[in-house]
Design a protein around this ligand. Structure first.
Ligand SMILES: Nc1ncnc2c1ncn2[C@@H]1O[C@H](COP(=O)(O)OP(=O)(O)OP(=O)(O)O)[C@@H](O)[C@H]1O
Ligand SMILES: [Mg+2]
Length: 444
């Protein structure tokens, strides 16, 4: 007997519930919703008593599931697992749910809610108390236990949904941050950071660009790791993403709320779309899906910064087609400079050169044997920003902190700030705005 059913796209949440409910939990991955709610229902062999829908299911999917599940199992208890949002009340009203549970609720709250709903179902004749028993042969540590005697004593004469909605215990916690709404018609900018060759400093520039722009537009900047096979933004920033670009381009994420759940927040006030968890999964992200993702993010965020794969592959070409700005990064090596010239010529020929072009000469070293004039002659265009070679870049990366907040006086940090200024002139670096992160061994 599997009294509990979970339909969710979050493997992490599934693992948590399994630890709580053990062998009493049946799981149907939310991915089956691609084939419609019936495909999910047909995979449920047992008669579930309580279904948990979410996290990471959109409204339409949840509605379809509620209809299909209750048609087959009319006495089912229904819980939507979802963060608190302004439209939550509509979901509860329109979907006849019994409760809404925050995916981040503690184990105690989660088990407490399941127990109370089980008691209510038993008290109303929708289930038997032994339906929820832990199977005799299986011992589940800390599993919730519903005592039949207690269940018999329960008198539930009010509407459970109202009761639970009023309960502090299941009140979802308010998010610690908000996505500031964009004013209607407000301009949004998308900035691709590109280079024809690897290792020129794209990721370094992209991370610090997002950090600097987030000072102008806190929580309205998203940094997309579109280096699909070997993206390393989350590793460089010491972030642990729950979701990646693979989730962000999935059909479900067409819903803006679902899309937001795929982002990972950095404490400096910007969001990250993490790269694919493996090169194989990265390969599955179609160029058109990436273009669509950029467009959708532009309708929510003031600035979208995109780190790319080296070269001019299909993904980078569609990215360039959907941005307002391109930051071209090269070092002082002649092969890289020549490749940059070829890249410019090709993009101009294809009509894909974005409106605003910023040429960044990175790792500038006066011992390179080339002058800036030489560099400009090779690439056939003036250099906009020179970023010196600096050991602070690697130090910041090893500490997991954006350089411009790690070492504000470092010459490379100052140069990268001037790229931010080219894109957002309002980001004039007032002293009060520039905060250096305290090192762990510094006094408070
Ligand atoms: N101005 C700089 N001074 C010193 N080191 C730098 C500088 N810019 C980048 N680096 C170092 O160069 C290496 C490559 O930088 P980064 O990862 O940003 O390049 P990338 O273009 O994203 O590389 P990939 O093509 O592999 O994605 C890193 O170790 C980084 O710390
Ligand atoms: Mg990179």
């Amino acid at each position: 007997m599997l009294p509990y059913l979970l339909v969710s796209r979050s493997a992490e949440y599934e693992t948590r519930l399994r630890a709580l409910l053990g062998d009493r939990l049946a799981v149907v991955p939310g991915e089956f919703l691609t084939f419609g709610p019936e495909a999910v229902v047909s995979r449920v062999n047992d008669v579930p008593r309580i279904a948990m829908l979410g996290p990471v299911l959109n409204y339409e999917e949840t509605r379809g599931l509620v209809d299909a599940l209750t048609a087959k199992h009319p006495n089912l208890g229904l819980i939507v697992v979802r963060e608190q949002r302004s439209d939550l009340e509509d979901w509860v009203d329109e979907l006849s749910l019994h409760a809404v549970l925050n995916p981040d609720a503690t184990d105690e709250t989660t088990v407490g809610l399941l127990d109370r709903l089980a008691l209510w179902l038993v008290a109303h004749g929708h289930a038997e108390s032994h339906d929820f028993d832990v199977p005799a042969a299986v011992e589940v540590e800390d599993a919730p236990f519903i005592d039949a005697a207690v269940a018999d004593e329960v008198v539930v004469d009010s509407d459970l949904a109202a009761e639970l909605a009023a309960s502090d215990e299941v009140e979802p916690e308010a998010p610690m941050w908000e996505f500031p709404p964009l004013e209607a018609g407000a301009p949004t900018e998308a900035i691709a950071v590109v280079a024809p060759k690897g290792g020129q400093g794209k990721t370094t520039i992209a991370i610090n660009l997002a950090t600097g722009l987030a000072e102008v537009a806190p929580n309205s900047v998203v940094l997309v790791d579109a280096d699909l096979q070997f993206g390393d933004i989350t590793a460089t920033l010491a972030l642990q993403p729950d979701k990646t670009i693979v989730d962000a381009v999935a059909d479900a994420a067409i819903d803006e709320l679902v899309l937001k759940t795929t982002l990972t927040r950095h404490e400096d006030g910007f969001f990250v779309v993490a790269s694919a968890p493996s090169p194989e999964l990265g390969d599955q992200v179609a160029p058109a899906a990436l273009a669509d993702l950029i467009s959708r993010l532009r309708s929510t965020f003031r600035f979208v910064v995109i780190d790319t794969t080296p070269g001019l592959g299909e993904h980078t070409l569609v990215t360039l087609e959907h941005v307002t700005d391109a930051v071209f990064v090269t070092n002082m090596g002649v092969p890289s400079l020549r490749a940059t010239r070829t890249e410019f010529e090709l993009l101009t020929k294809l009509g894909l050169m974005p409106g605003n072009r910023h040429i960044v000469l990175n790792q500038v070293d006066k011992h390179s044997g080339l002058t800036i004039k030489d560099v400009e002659n090779i690439i056939g265009a003036p250099v906009d920003i020179e970023v010196p070679k600096s050991s602070a870049v690697l130090l910041a990366s090893n500490r997991g902190v954006p350089l411009i907040h790690d070492d504000v006086r470092d010459p490379a940090a100052k140069a990268i700030r001037s790229i931010v200024l080219r894109i957002a002139p309002e980001a004039f670096p007032k002293r009060s705005k520039i905060q250096r992160r305290r090192r762990s061994n510094e006094p408070e």
